[in-house]
Write a protein that binds this ligand. Structure first.
Ligand SMILES: NC(=O)c1ccc[n+]([C@@H]2O[C@H](COP(=O)([O-])OP(=O)(O)OC[C@H]3O[C@@H](n4cnc5c(N)ncnc54)[C@H](OP(=O)(O)O)[C@@H]3O)[C@@H](O)[C@H]2O)c1
Length: 265
């Protein structure tokens, strides 16, 4: 999607993937800087480690506790020191753009279930809480992680009602932020059959392969509006591209390239 975007923007740039061990991450970031890279994306499991390895932590990374994008930029105060690495987070913005554009979700006053309290679940829960939702239900296989998210939500967003369990009736939005569904034998992360749902309820699966995951198939059968995680992947990339280039991202070009690569369509 990035290389398709570069071509559409007339940029002679390349986006390349490198497997880097955690022990080598500091040198890899420094090396990319010295080699004249414009920026980097960090993906799992390096997003949290990235916080300690950049020269400057942007608000977007500070607020959500992870770096998925680095921009090498001039330090106006110390031009002789070369470029500094600014760590940013575009995942959260990608999530919110996808919720708005793919589902028409409006956060104010909404009730939301987040399934999973790993990196993505924690981030989704906190970001949605920051948008003025009324109630937030978070469950996770490992309950200790829910306790941590609960403490953070209660401290930072005290107006949000937090429940460390499942709701008793339908809610406005259910987000699957577990990795359940990646393997055919995985159990469903949520049971949509117990309440009456309607298209006013929405379900987002952060997973996107297959395009209709079992979680989304169950949500659709129950009457909910659905979207998979491709939109979040697309939009976090579009925001990163805009940070690197200072120009609007060709989102439609990127979406077509992504769908072709992932679904072959
Ligand atoms: N679309 C996108 O752009 C995007 C972005 C980020 C992530 N994702 C997807 O979102 C998912 C979560 O990512 P992450 O970064 O949060 O990963 P993570 O930090 O490793 O968290 C994994 C989550 O899945 C849960 N889980 C894993 N196996 C389980 C099982 N057998 N039963 C119940 N729960 C289980 C974990 O529970 P425990 O805490 O108990 O282990 C945890 O909540 C992944 O599938 C990832 O591909 C998509």
């Amino acid at each position: 999607m990035m290389n398709a975007a570069f071509a559409a923007m007339g940029l002679d740039w390349r986006y390349l993937a490198f497997d880097v061990e955690l022990d080598d991450l500091r040198e890899a970031i420094l090396g990319a800087n010295r080699l004249g890279f414009v920026g980097l994306n960090l993906t799992a499991p390096h997003k949290t480690s990235g916080l300690a390895l950049v020269d400057l932590i942007d608000d977007s990374a500070e607020r959500w506790g992870s770096v998925n994008t680095i921009r090498f930029e001039q330090d106006a105060e110390r031009p002789a020191r070369g470029l500094r690495a600014r760590g940013l987070n575009t995942d959260v913005e990608g999530l919110m753009r996808s919720l708005a554009q793919d589902l028409g979700f409006r956060a104010a006053g909404a009730s939301v279930v987040v399934l999973g309290a790993g990196g993505a679940g924690r981030m989704a829960a906190l970001r949605l809480a920051s948008e003025g939702i009324a109630s937030l239900y978070v469950i996770n296989r490992t309950p200790a992680k829910v306790v941590e998210v609960e403490a953070e939500v209660r401290e930072r967003f005290p107006n949000v009602q937090f429940f460390p369990d499942l709701p008793e009736g339908p809610v406005d939005l259910v987000v699957n932020a577990t990795s359940l569904g990646l393997r055919p034998e995985d159990p469903l992360p949520f049971d949509f059959s117990t309440h009456g749902w309607s298209p006013a309820s929405m379900a987002l699966d952060l997973n996107y392969q297959p395009s209709e995951t079992p979680f989304l198939a169950a949500a659709k059968a129950a009457g909910c509006r659905t979207a998979n995680g491709l939109g979040m992947l697309l939009h976090q990339g579009a925001v990163a591209l805009e940070l690197w280039t200072g120009r609007p991202a060709p989102v439609d070009v990127m979406r077509r390239a992504l769908e072709k690569h992932i679904y072959g369509t």
